[in-house]
Ligand binder design. Structure first.
Ligand code: GCV
Length: 914
């Protein structure tokens, strides 16, 4: 499905706007078609059209035309939609206009204004941090946790007497290069080990063989498998890194460097490790750079750190260093694969002309043991108009896929496999052809088996494509897949999101885990902060991942944790998987928010070893990436672990799911999901998933079923996910009514952000200064946004429940204040006449050009945009005394209430003349 945003143009200049659509007739959900919609929007500034700051949230969308209103019920062919009316509305507002088209299945469309075609502005625009973001916002912390020698405290450890190895393949070479990057190119490279140096390699190297024999560890190395390694100090004081294969050696090298940088004494090293999970992957939701895109960089669905890193237009030599950095980062934390593209896949990724370019990515990542995977569109043979069906039982279809995937293998012989999202959210799948999901997956499995590839079959399936879907979406995947347990081929892994719904900050662990003992089942986690604050909210989900891995499913009536399921030990799975949706982008620091690096680091460590401690991962990251000493690292680790709970308190109090806006999933818009997800009624909140309700709780084995069945024994953070509660009902968890508990939680969340800011500020001078500054700036944004989350949610609860906040904080629920002032000309420092306050708070005269990016919701954002605060400020009451700023220029009045809500700028302008 395409989301397209067309170039913004001044509306006044457009007399006639037509959208021409030529729709190829790819089927949408339920055998029907996705509607496409056209929105005209008067953006304040084209750059302000971002996910984070989408006009949709703010009620600016001016209308839509959807396919169902077209004469032909089956929108196949060419259509011309007249959208002049929308433009006229924008013109009346004196604004620009842009169009957003949703739901078009492919790229056959144009938009013309006055007969001239206009360009695509962007697909899924990248968040804009605004004009006052620190210059280093996209580069702070570049190098991530591989910043060798940048921090004084770690310099001492960098002495290695030599690196001994036998020349081998490119992976071994990467391992050697890594040691020399760390210790300096002048470190002698030899064949024979020297005391105080490193000896690395596989048993094929006679020196390694010898050392293993002397240490009595030959067998152990064999048993640790291709990715395992022994890292030990020999009697000759040589650091030995040995593995059955080169990639294991590479992991051993990264482990050694991590320990040395953390200050571990080399003499104490004696480690034998192997990963618990076989396939440890990032899943990028990247879109292929469309020919119409501005700069050749693809966009990312739910990506908040720039465009897709897969640059497919530039020569490989220009991007290879970046790919290598990606490979090193992943290998250093033990990740071994990347699904390159969006599960809402287009056919571009398998089209012959694009394969050499994908091969370039594979070639760059191979030395780091990273294998590529591709997400496929299930009906590709139809989308490419080569067949009239995608039925997996049709021999022509199987043959088509065999030829297509064989061709991919010619370019990427070690392709890890493919991923399919079928019959969900409009994506085509096997159900359309009367086949089961196992039928669909097994077709690919058969084709990939000779290549050693696997099929990642997503269990994120819900909606109208299912036959008779349960009204509770949480049950649908379970009901679809459990009956098919045992029917999937051996090289298929069913890939399930950790919860039954969709990456909410808190969800119960899906009951699917443990219910498919005869189907390899892997876990999908989210690093991408789709529901957890996009670019500007600090959120370290690794603590939650640790809890998820520790959750006891009680499958088979015995202790069976998610870690036991995912690492395959519980049911003897032959293939195991931990994958994170992870959308690093073109930003120099990959993640934009510096502390999101810790999420990447932590996921890698947990995928390798799902019983790791989130706090320890965080502390390691802080030392390696920020140069923190032990005490600061411990503070940062606690800080990171707390971010998750702080976010939850204001964004998802008591586990209320989906309070976010419907599409962008950022700001709070509780009305958007009433009934369907959050179970809101006029008198209460929460979805009843007990036996009396949807029956979801009964999908769990005991004792979880019983625990979730009763309100009192349901964990506080899941209450509203599992129960419907009246606003005036007293919760055993808090001793307060639901309404009061919501107020208390959201206020506590905002206070939590203030606490995070204070704690972060105490790190100044103790960690990388750029990271410290950029993160602090982002935390201030987070505070203003958290206040907004709190107020929106509380206003919703207050209005519906009629229950006042007994702690007297209702002023937070006031509507934003208004600001007005007559046009006037004054001298610097002179009183400004006519300004009126509307609420306790503050008034500001700020440079008039700020008005361009208007709609200030929060004071912090207003002040950030005021660029170092040029203007004047006064406390407001009914009247206030505001003086003209010293600097001549044009100013407008803004009023801010005591909860931080900022008004629109005044219409009147105060001209200060010197
Ligand atoms: C890739 C959610 C997201 C979609 C995403 C989907 C999925 O619905 O909002 O952007 O699509 O999950 O996981 O497939």
């Amino acid at each position: 499905m395409a989301f397209l945003l067309f170039e913004a143009v001044p509306a006044q200049r457009v007399a006639r706007a037509k959208l021409r659509l030529s729709v190829s007739g790819q089927e949408g959900s339920d055998g029907g078609y996705w509607p496409f919609e056209v929105y005209a929007v008067p953006p304040r500034d084209p750059a302000a059209l971002t996910w984070n700051d989408s006009p949709r949230h703010e009620g600016d969308w001016m209308g839509l035309v959807d396919a169902s209103s077209l004469p032909d019920a089956e929108p196949r062919g060419s259509y011309e939609l007249d959208v002049t009316g929308h433009v006229a509305k924008a013109a009346a507002a004196g604004s620009q206009v842009a169009f957003r088209v949703e739901g078009l299945p492919d790229r056959d469309w144009t938009l013309s204004l006055d007969g001239a075609e206009i360009a695509v502005f962007d697909e899924d625009p990248v968040p804009d941090l605004g004009p006052t973001a620190p210059a280093e916002a996209a580069s702070a912390g570049a190098g991530l946790w591989l910043r060798y020698g940048e921090f004084s405290g770690q310099a001492e450890a960098r002495k290695l007497a030599g690196v001994a190895y036998e020349p081998g393949g490119e992976v071994l070479q990467a391992a050697v290069d890594e040691l020399r990057t760390y210790a300096g190119a002048e470190v002698p490279a030899t064949r024979n080990p020297v005391p105080g140096g490193v000896l690395l390699g596989t048993p094929d190297n006679p020196a390694v063989q010898d050392a293993l024999r002397q240490a009595g560890r030959e067998r152990e190395v064999r048993e640790l498998g291709a990715e395992g390694y022994v890292l030990t100090r020999t009697a000759d004081e040589v650091l030995l890194i040995a593995s059955a294969s080169e990639v294991g050696v590479l992991y051993g090298v990264f482990h050694l460097l991590r320990l040395l940088r953390l200050g571990t004494e080399a003499s104490t090293l004696d480690i034998a490790e192997k990963p618990a999970v076989q396939h440890r992957l990032n899943h990028h939701w990247d879109n292929f750079p469309s020919t119409a895109a501005r700069d050749g960089w693809g966009t990312i669905e739910r990506g908040y750190a720039g465009h897709s890193p897969w640059q497919l237009d530039l020569p490989l030599s220009e991007v290879a260093a970046r790919y290598r950095e990606y490979g090193r980062l992943n290998a250093s934390v033990g990740l071994n694969g990347a699904v390159l593209n969006n599960p809402n896949a287009t056919t571009d990724w398998i089209e012959p002309q694009n394969l050499p370019r994908l091969a370039g990515i594979a070639d760059s990542l191979r030395p780091y043991g990273i294998r590529l995977y591709l997400a496929l569109r299930f009906d590709s043979p139809m989308a490419l108009r080569e067949l009239d069906t995608a039925d997996p039982f049709d021999p022509r279809v199987r043959d088509w896929w065999r030829r297509t995937l064989d061709r991919v293998h010619q370019h990427i012989p070690d392709l890890g496999g493919v991923l399919v999202k079928g019959d969900s959210e409009g994506e085509p799948g096997p159900l359309r052809y009367g086949r089961t999901h196992a039928d669909g997956a097994n077709m690919f499995a058969e084709i990939l088996r000779p290549h050693g590839g696997i099929v990642l079959w997503r269990a994120f399936v819900y909606g109208d494509a299912l036959e008779d879907p349960d009204p509770d979406r949480s049950k649908q995947a379970y009901e679809l897949f459990v009956p098919q347990d045992g029917k999937f081929a051996e090289n298929v892994i069913l890939q399930s999101k950790h919860g039954p719904w969709d990456f909410q900050p808190r969800e119960p662990v899906t009951p699917l885990f443990g219910a498919t003992p005869r189907t390899n089942t892997g876990i999908e986690l989210a690093l991408s902060k789709e529901y957890t604050g996009h670019t500007t909210h600090a959120n370290y989900p690794i603590a939650e991942f640790e809890r998820i891995f520790g959750f006891d499913t009680r499958a088979g009536g015995r202790r069976t944790t998610i870690a036991d399921v995912v690492d395959g030990s519980a049911f003897g799975y032959t293939r195991t998987l931990a994958v994170a949706v992870h959308n690093p982008g073109t930003d120099r620091n990959w993640t934009r928010m510096p502390t999101d690096q810790a999420n990447w680091y932590g996921f890698g460590r947990l995928a390798w070893s799902p019983r790791s401690s989130a706090r320890e991962c965080a502390a390691e990251w802080a030392r390696l990436a920020l140069g923190a000493e032990a005490a600061a690292a411990a503070e940062i680790a606690d800080w990171l672990v707390d971010t998750d709970e702080v976010f939850r308190r204001y964004a998802q109090p008591l586990g209320i799911p989906f309070t976010s806006s419907e599409e962008y999933h950022f700001k709070n818009e509780p009305e958007a999901w009433e009934d369907s997800a959050n179970g809101a009624t006029p008198t209460g909140l929460g979805y009843d998933r007990t036996r009396a309700g949807s029956g979801y709780s009964a999908l769990y084995p005991e004792p979880t079923a019983g625990r979730y069945e009763r309100l009192a024994s349901t964990p506080a953070e899941l209450v509203l996910f599992l129960h419907h509660v009246r606003y005036d009902q007293v919760l055993p968890h808090t001793g307060e009514t639901l309404a009061q508990s919501m107020y208390d939680s959201t206020f506590a969340g905002v206070e939590g952000v203030r606490g995070l800011i204070g704690r972060w500020e105490r790190l100044e001078g103790r960690i990388d200064p750029d990271v410290c500054r950029v993160q602090r700036w982002m935390l201030r944004r987070q505070l203003s946004e958290a206040i907004n989350y709190r107020n929106v949610l509380n206003r919703y609860v207050r209005t519906r429940s009629g229950i006042a906040d007994k702690r007297g904080r209702d002023s937070a629920l006031r509507e934003p204040p208004v600001a007005d002032v007559p046009d006037q000309q004054v001298r610097p420092g002179a009183p400004v006449t006519g300004a009126r306050g509307t609420a306790p708070g503050r008034a500001y005269l700020l440079p008039a050009d700020l008005a361009r990016t208007g709609r200030w919701e929060r004071e912090d954002r207003l002040l950030l945009a005021a660029d170092g605060f040029r203007g004047t400020r006064a406390e407001t009451g009914e009247h206030f005394d505001l003086r003209a700023p010293a600097e001549p220029g044009e100013y407008r009045l803004h009023v801010v209430n005591d909860q931080g809500f900022a008004s629109e700028p005044s219409r009147g302008v105060v001209r200060v003349v010197g």
